[in-house]
Ligand binder design. Structure first.
Ligand SMILES: Nc1ncnc2c1ncn2[C@@H]1O[C@H](COP(=O)(O)OP(=O)(O)O)[C@@H](O)[C@H]1O
Ligand SMILES: [Mg+2]
Length: 297
């Protein structure tokens, strides 16, 4: 069942096109990673989905309803965490959490207490005194203690330390296991790799790649380190072999996934002493996109 869907979504700010035909769809129960460099259009997409910005053309639907027209109704069922949380300076963290949870009509005191403990948050301080990381925690506790069907998280972990990043990941997986849907925008690829079923890569307002992590990996390269009895010859004559480096560990290189079979057969003739392979990381894929298309914007 489709929970969130955009169709040819565009957003212009004056003459500048921030979103240029965005198509993404999230199915119920999935964690979708929305990744791209700064300025790519992640937050703009999310603001349109939240009904904060009106799309120039195209459609944004959540729970089958229009993100702009039906915003009030949609908001009863979503929780949102922005990357830079601004809170009421004179309320304490605890008061803000209570307020958010009340606004959403839920009352899950035990869940709230559990999350406050997990995130190691001192809720008695005025928000004015909180660091960025602590403001982030307030928003995360509020979001994950509410009974939402869809969590929209826009770079929610900027400012969290690694220990809290871990707690955050547990929260996302709990939500997923409870059948909730999560849109997670991020530029932290390891986070996305750990949590997401599918990802969409956005660059300069366009989705340049979308699919499951394994589908995306298929497009990319496997890293190999090989030691053989006899020196490998003619490796460079094969298509799909990249970045060949000889060092103490052996011969290390990358192979396009579709050429892997041929390459393994070839090196097999030289008497394999050692063969290490590691799958391409999302980072590799991501960087390749920028190499091919003219650098990180
Ligand atoms: N209100 C606005 N007016 C003009 N330009 C904007 C506005 N909001 C965002 N932009 C521009 O749109 C582009 C996408 O921004 P944004 O969606 O915030 O990117 P991301 O969240 O991926 O870092 C950027 O070039 C940004 O400067
Ligand atoms: Mg942003």
């Amino acid at each position: 069942m489709s929970v969130l869907k955009t169709t040819n979504l565009t957003k212009k700010f004056g003459k500048f096109t921030a979103l240029d035909g965005i198509n993404i769809e999230l199915m119920k129960g999935e964690v979708f990673g929305f990744i791209g460099p700064n300025g790519a259009g992640k937050s703009t997409t999310i603001r349109v989905l939240l009904g904060i910005l009106k799309a120039t053309t195209g459609e944004a639907k959540i729970f089958g309803k229009d993100a702009w027209i039906d915003a009030v109704e949609i908001h009863k069922r979503i929780a949102y965490v922005p990357g830079d949380v601004n809170l009421w300076p004179n309320l304490t963290g605890g008061e803000v959490i209570d307020l958010f949870v009340k606004l959403r009509g839920g009352n899950h005191k035990s869940r709230r207490e559990e999350l406050i403990k997990k995130f190691d948050l001192d809720t008695s301080k005025k928000c004015r005194t909180y660091s960025k990381g602590n403001r982030q925690k307030v928003a995360l506790v509020a979001a994950f203690s509410s009974e939402a069907d869809l969590y929209i998280l826009d770079e929610p972990t900027s400012g969290l330390d690694p220990l809290m990043e871990q707690v955050f990941q547990e929260c996302v997986l709990e939500a997923k296991n409870a059948g909730k849907t999560v849109l997670l925008s991020s530029h932290i690829l390891s986070e996305v790799e750990k949590l997401c079923d599918r990802v969409g890569i956005i660059r300069q307002g366009k989705i340049i790649e979308t699919g499951s992590l394994s589908e995306l990996r298929h497009l990319t390269r496997t890293n190999l380190i090989v030691k053989t009895k006899r020196p490998i010859t003619a490796l460079h004559e094969f298509r799909g072999v990249h970045e060949v480096v000889e060092n103490d560990a052996g011969l290390s290189f990358q192979v396009d996934s579709e050429e892997l079979d041929l390459i393994i057969k070839h090196i097999g003739q030289f008497g394999i002493l050692k063969l290490e392979s590691s799958p391409p990381t999302l980072e590799d894929l991501f960087m390749r996109h920028y190499e091919n298309k003219g650098g990180v914007s």
